[in-house]
Structure formats: structure tokens, C-alpha cells
Design a protein around this ligand. Structure first.
Ligand SMILES: N[C@@H](CCC(=O)N[C@@H](CS)C(=O)NCC(=O)O)C(=O)O
Length: 215
């Protein structure tokens, strides 16, 4: 097998896949596609992924986009056990719900808030963008009452949501009084080596870029 990941570390979904790859100890070749400079819009990359998003995975001649689909695929194909993506139907269903929550609620909140300031020249985020972020925090706080997001086991629910939540925290810091479970869960995740190695650097870069554009 030859695994290639098209990536750019500032991207939260890219960092989720980097964490999964690290956890599974997979050998992967990396190709940087800097979407901040428009490199994802070349015909060459669009031929690989017509949706021109990172992360995109190539496993020999099999190509797959979307961090959640990629994470599940890598685990199904290469993991030695089911710890990251439990096979028990109910546990798996909770993990799946968190993954869809990341796609449907968390990621749009970061994409919108970040783009308003970094790509659209806004000097600060609009009230509407902030409302979407605080609503995302409220929901996640209620999902985070146990040790990990899907219960007592660390899973890809934690990996996929923490890259997005930590990015949101960079652009709109989490209030520990209002969201104590969310705050404690993010702290717990940020103490993991996996997080320090694969999420922290790109996450900091995202925050630095955002802060440099604020009015
Ligand atoms: N749901 C996708 C979102 C991927 C995504 O939108 N990635 C952004 C970078 S954070 C991107 O490549 N944007 C370029 C574009 O949409 O053209 C995932 O989880 O992988």
C-alpha cells in the first residue's frame, strides 16, 4: 500500500486525519496543498478531488475526501482493534452522531467565523457568526459530561471534534464558567501527546492568522 495525504495543517479536518494516522502509526506520504494560497484550485488537484478540499487521501488508486470518511476508512482497514471506532452498535452510533455534529454544526461555525475575518476582510466577526459559535459550545458542553465525547472511551469523536473546537477556541475563547464540561474536555484532550504533536502547531497557526487580520 502507498498512502498519500493531501493536506494543509492549518485546516481542522486535516489535523483530525493527522491524529488518526499518528494513532494508527501508519506510514504516509504528505503533499501540502495550501488552500490559503489557492493551491487547491489547480486542475491537477481538482482531478484528484473534484470538491477540491483537504484532507484528501489516496490509498494506491483509491481516492477519498472528507476527514470523517477518511478516518473511518483508515480505522476499518488498518486499525488493530476497534478502540477508536467501537464496533458495539450503540457506542458506534454515538460516535457517528458526534462526527455528523462536527460536519453539520462545528465545522460550519469555524469556516464562517474564520472566513469573515481572514478571507472577506471583516475587522471582526458578526453577531450572527458569534451566535453560531456559542450555540456550538452549548451543544458540545452537553455532550462532554463524561470523560470523552462518546463516553468513557477515547474515540474518533474526540479527535474529529477537538480539532474544530480548539480552532473555535482560537477565534472565540471558550468561557470556562459557562461551558465547564467543554472546557475540561478540551483541557483533557490538549494534554495528550497526540494533540500536542498533531493538533497544536496547525491550531496555533490558525489562531495567529486570524488574530493578525482582526481590526
Ligand atoms: N467536511 C470536510 C471539509 C473539508 C474542507 O472544507 N476543508 C477546507 C480546509 S479547512 C478546504 O479544503 N477548503 C477549500 C475549498 O472548500 O475549496 C472534511 O471534514 O474534510
Amino acid at each position: 500500500m502507498v498512502l498519500t495525504l493531501y493536506k494543509y495543517d492549518l485546516s481542522p479536518p486535516v489535523r483530525s486525519v493527522l491524529m488518526v494516522i499518528e494513532h494508527l502509526e501508519l506510514p504516509v506520504e504528505y503533499v501540502d496543498v495550501n488552500f490559503m494560497k489557492g493551491e487547491h484550485l489547480t486542475n491537477e488537484f481538482k482531478k484528484i478531488n473534484p470538491q477540491h478540499t483537504v484532507p484528501t487521501l489516496k490509498d494506491d488508486d483509491f481516492i477519498l475526501g472528507d476527514s470523517h470518511a477518511i478516518s473511518v476508512y483508515l480505522i476499518n482497514k488498518y486499525a488493530k482493534d476497534d478502540s477508536l471506532y467501537p464496533s458495539d452498535p450503540k457506542l458506534r452510533a454515538i460516535v457517528d452522531q458526534r462526527l455528523h455534529f462536527d460536519s453539520g454544526i462545528l465545522f460550519p461555525a469555524i469556516k464562517n467565523g474564520f472566513a469573515q475575518v481572514v478571507f472577506k476582510g471583516g475587522k471582526k466577526m458578526t453577531d450572527d457568526a458569534i451566535e453560531k459559535i456559542t450555540s456550538a459550545y452549548e451543544f458540545t458542553d452537553q455532550f462532554a459530561t463524561k470523560t470523552w465525547l462518546a463516553g468513557e472511551q477515547f474515540t474518533i469523536a474526540d479527535i474529529c471534534c477537538v480539532t474544530t473546537i480548539s480552532s473555535l477556541n482560537e477565534i472565540y475563547p471558550i468561557d470556562a464558567q459557562k461551558y465547564p464540561h467543554l472546557y475540561a474536555w478540551l483541557k483533557r484532550c490538549s494534554e495528550l501527546d497526540l494533540y500536542k504533536k498533531k493538533n497544536y502547531p496547525g491550531n496555533k497557526e490558525l489562531g495567529d492568522v486570524f488574530r493578525s487580520k482582526l481590526g
